[in-house]
Design a protein around this ligand. Structure first.
Ligand code: PGA
Length: 251
C-alpha cells in the first residue's frame, strides 16, 4: 500500500510571520491526522529556516520548490541540492510548469536537476503535465511521456524506489479553478504508472506515488483522493490557508 502524500507548494507567497504561523498550524493538523497521510511543505527558499524550526520534531516533511542542476560555484541566485539538504529538505519539486514556462526550463535541464538531486540523496517531486492546446490536440500522453523520458533518462531503479515522487499537473488546471475530472486524472495516472513499470519494473510502478495537482481544494479533494490511482495531491492556492489545507489533508 502506498502512503498518500499531501504536499503544499506555497510558490512565491507569504511573509516570514505568515509562513511560520501556517507551518505551526499544519503541524497541528498533521499530528492529529487520522488518515495516515504524509504531509509536506514547500515554502519559498528564504523561509526554509523558520519553517523548519516550526515543524521540527514533527512528521511534516520539508521541500524546496526548485534545485540547481549545478554543484557549488558561480550560479548567482541558485541553491544546490547539498544546500537544500543542509536546510532540512527531504525533497525538491522539480520541473514545475511555472518553471518550465517562466524559467524557460527544458526537459533536458529538468533531467539534470533530477540527476543532481539523486546524486546527493535529495528526493524529487517531479512534475509533468500537458498544456491545454496539447490536450485539445489529443497529445497529452505523448507530452507526458516525453517529459518522463527526459527527466528520468539516467535514473536507476534503486533511486526511483527511494527518492522519486511524481506529480501529474495538467497545466490548464493550475491556478485556474478547473480540475481534471477524477476519471481523466486516473487515466493519466495509470499511463504514468505503466510507463514507470516499463522503465523500472512492476515493483517500482506499484510502490511509486503519483500525486495530482491543479486546483485541488476542499470541495474536490475527496473525489480525487478516493481514486486508487491518485496517491495524494500537490496543492498551490488552497495550501496557503490552514483551514483549507487541513480540509484536504483529512478529505
Ligand atoms: P494550484 O497549484 O493548486 O493553485 O492550482 C498547484 C501547483 O501548481 O502545484
Amino acid at each position: 500500500m502506498r502512503t498518500e502524500l499531501i504536499a503544499a507548494n506555497w510558490k512565491m507567497n507569504l511573509r516570514r510571520d505568515g509562513a511560520v504561523d501556517l507551518a505551526r498550524a499544519v503541524r497541528g493538523v498533521a499530528e492529529g491526522n487520522t488518515r495516515g497521510r504524509d504531509v509536506l511543505l514547500a515554502p519559498p527558499a528564504v523561509y526554509l529556516g523558520p519553517v523548519r524550526e516550526a515543524i521540527e520534531g514533527s512528521s511534516v516533511l520539508l521541500a524546496a520548490q526548485d534545485v540547481s542542476a549545478h554543484e557549488d560555484g558561480a550560479f548567482t541566485g541558485e541553491h544546490s541540492a547539498e544546500m537544500l539538504l543542509d536546510a532540512g529538505c527531504r525533497y525538491s519539486i522539480i520541473g514545475h510548469s511555472e518553471r518550465r514556462e517562466h524559467g524557460g526550463e527544458s526537459d533536458e535541464l529538468i533531467g539534470r536537476k533530477v540527476r543532481r538531486a539523486f546524486d546527493t540523496g535529495l528526493g524529487a517531486i517531479l512534475c509533468v503535465g500537458e498544456k491545454e492546446d496539447e490536450r485539445l490536440r489529443g497529445h497529452e500522453t505523448r507530452v507526458v511521456e516525453r517529459q518522463l523520458r527526459a527527466a528520468l533518462e539516467d535514473v536507476r531503479k534503486e533511486e526511483a524506489d527511494r527518492l522519486l515522487v511524481l506529480a501529474y499537473e495538467p497545466v490548464w488546471a493550475i491556478g485556474t479553478g478547473r480540475t481534471a475530472t477524477p476519471k481523466d486524472a486516473a487515466i493519466m495516472h495509470r499511463f504514468i504508472r505503466d510507463w514507470i513499470g516499463g522503465r523500472f519494473g512492476a515493483g517500482t510502478a506499484d510502490a511509486i506515488r503519483v500525486l495530482y495537482g491543479g486546483s485541488v481544494k476542499p470541495a474536490n479533494a475527496a473525489d480525487l483522493l478516493q481514486n486508487p490511482e491518485i496517491d495524494g495531491a500537490l496543492v498551490g492556492g488552497a495550501s496557503l490557508k490552514a483551514d483549507s489545507f487541513a480540509a484536504i489533508i483529512s478529505a
